[in-house]
Design a protein around this ligand. Structure first.
Ligand code: COA
Length: 533
């Protein structure tokens, strides 16, 4: 192993340690003290409940755990984990979307980021056809921010709109109430296909005791107003009465025990491990994000048997090669790949090849993996005259219209229109994963500093106060810091621009899970609209 490889490895291991620290913080808001507080109420941390809910010895694929860090709402800097745990696990062999309010984070109330996370998980569930289990324990809307969480589309009401529509499609919406469900939050119980409530822990009412006293003068306890007994024995708003959390978890499993088994709509070959070990990813990906990579080596550490069946390998030497196209298998599932190579600048030949490949995979109903490591499309007169605009647009159109499951994995720069052509967030990939090497922004810090500096220089010249060299340097550095900070996977993950920041050694398992889940619904017929060619 070379020195450079050793250095890369040490660098990425250190980066992933930083990720571990953040993941840990998200799991333990307020540390042991908060866990002790829960225990006094007869409750366990929500991830412990989820672990019991899913099938024994299976994994819970938790989404966006670093959501909410550094969001800086008025008076609240961090909302660890966005205040709600979401993720995918198996219940009686069926992939299920699981939600759990973390009552340790401001009583599980909904901030804008909480809603975004909840909506994202519901969107995945609806698109992939997953049943949903909601472990509800929330003070409802975070009241100081009501204007940002209550009235709009994708705000509080959309949670229930989504529940209603998913249940109408036959996707079970099961609520296990293990705490407060007040006002709008009460619908989490009443909108469920079946709701489980826990004696003396769960409450559900449109107005809590203080509001009732104010409105009608009636003095009543929470238990008598809307506890588990009231709703399972009198109002009929909930369906199952349980004495504690353990019993409630078992009841939810029982409710879902007679669901039809899911099936994958794609032939699955026998799984073969990669020949190249996962450590090679740590060694081969350079620490410097702008430095070129050999994406074929990366794919070899992810693909079954390290096999890549390449498409148009010899097309336009040196330019077509900046995107590698072909098929791999991941845990037996055949996947079409579009992968940025070297420094990742997309020449028109590469864009043309990628668009062709997306269309061919869509015809064959083979899902797509976009491995993004591109700072953008090639600029300049030669490129413009050769049609980089129209070929890039064809690629964007093909990505937008491809009806097959699409997943984006970012392992390097992710800038400008390359973010579109390589299936960024706006192109609604079924899943979007970042790594510690991903950098998502409109352009790199260096480029942005150059553009913004030239604008600032012009302004200052017009005002008769030209910038000094020191001022220019300070301006440049400030812009680079800002852009590089905002492109970082922690910044993006905190704002839910990814579904998870993956460690390199997690990539294969997560992709296998995500493709499997994305293939639970049948794939329709392709249609691409007005391509130019
Ligand atoms: N908006 C903003 N903050 C809220 C909140 C809300 N809806 N509900 C609770 N909080 C905050 C509390 O102020 C407290 O903040 P602090 O830690 O900075 O002091 C924190 O969340 C914990 O709340 P607390 O009341 O101490 O927890 P609890 O476990 O004793 O009770 C509830 C939990 C949910 C039963 C209780 O907080 C409650 O009734 N909240 C109001 C619910 C409501 O009326 N919601 C209507 C909105 S739709």
């Amino acid at each position: 192993m070379t020195n450079a490889m050793n250095e890369n490895r040490a660098f990425w291991e250190n980066e992933e340690n930083k990720l571990d620290e953040l993941l840990y913080q998200a799991m333990w808001p307020d540390g042991q003290e908060a866990v002790d507080r829960l225990a006094k109420q007869g409750k366990r941390p929500v991830r412990d409940l989820i672990q019991d809910l899913i099938d024994p010895d299976t994994e819970f694929y938790e989404l966006s755990r670093i959501a909410g860090f550094g969001v800086n709402y008025p008076g609240v800097e961090d909302v660890p984990c966005g205040g709600v745990v979401t993720g995918i696990g198996k219940i009686h062999g069926n992939w299920t979307m699981i939600f759990g309010n973390d009552s340790r984070v401001k009583a599980g109330t909904y901030f804008p980021i909480t809603l975004k996370k909840h909506m994202r998980a519901q969107a995945i569930a609806e698109r992939c056809g997953l049943n949903c289990v909601y472990i509800a324990d929330s003070g409802g809307a975070f009241l100081p921010m009501q204007a940002d969480v209550f009235p709009d589309d994708q705000h509080f009401g959309s949670m229930f709109y989504n529940m209603a529509r998913m249940s109408a499609q036959g996707l079970k919406q099961i609520t296990l109430s293990t705490g407060g469900n007040t006002a709008g939050g009460a619908y989490m119980v009443f909108m469920a296909c079946q709701a489980v409530m826990i004696d003396k822990l769960a409450y559900s009412f449109l107005g809590g005791p203080p509001l009732v006293k104010m409105a009608t003068g009636e003095v009543i306890s929470a238990e008598d107003l809307g506890g588990a007994r009231v709703h399972t024995q009198i109002s009929g708003g909930a369906d199952h009465f349980c004495r504690n959390q353990a019993e409630a978890i078992e009841r939810v499993r029982e409710i879902l025990s007679l669901e039809a088994p899911q099936k994958i709509h794609l032939h699955r070959y026998e799984e073969v491990p990669p020949q190249l070990p996962v450590e090679s990813i740590y060694e081969n990906l350079p620490a410097a994000v702008q430095q070129g990579i050999d994406v074929r080596k990366f794919l070899a550490a992810v693909a079954d048997d390290s096999q890549l069946v390449e498409y148009k390998k010899d097309y336009a030497p040196g330019r077509g090669d900046n995107i590698v196209t072909g098929k791999i298998r991941i845990k037996g599932l055949p996947i079409g790949v579009i992968a940025s190579n070297q420094v990742g600048i997309i020449f028109f030949e590469a864009a043309r090849k990628a668009a062709e490949w997306i269309i061919r995979c869509s015809q064959e109903k083979v899902p797509l993996l976009f491995v993004q490591n591109s700072p953008g499309y090639m600029v300049g007169s030669e490129s413009e005259h050769m049609g980089i605009g129209k070929y890039g647009a064809d690629m964007v159109r093909a990505v937008s219209c491809a009806q097959v499951p699409r997943i984006q994995l970012v392992i390097g720069p992710d800038n400008g229109a390359a973010n579109y052509g390589m299936c960024g967030r706006a192109y609604r990939p079924h899943f979007l994963f970042h790594t510690m090497r991903s950098r998502t922004s409109v352009m790199s810090g260096r480029s942005a500093a150059g553009v913004l500096l030239s604008i600032e220089e012009r302004k200052r010249e017009v005002s008769g106060k030209p910038m000094t060299e020191e001022e220019k340097q300070a301006f440049r550095e400030k812009m680079i810091d800002k852009y590089d900070g905002e492109a970082h996977p922690f910044y993006c993950g905190a704002r839910l621009l990814s579904d998870r920041v993956l460690k390199f050694h997690e990539i294969r398992d997560w992709l296998a899970m995500a493709f499997e889940v994305s293939l639970l619904k049948e794939i329709g017929a392709p249609a691409f609209g007005n391509l130019r060619f």
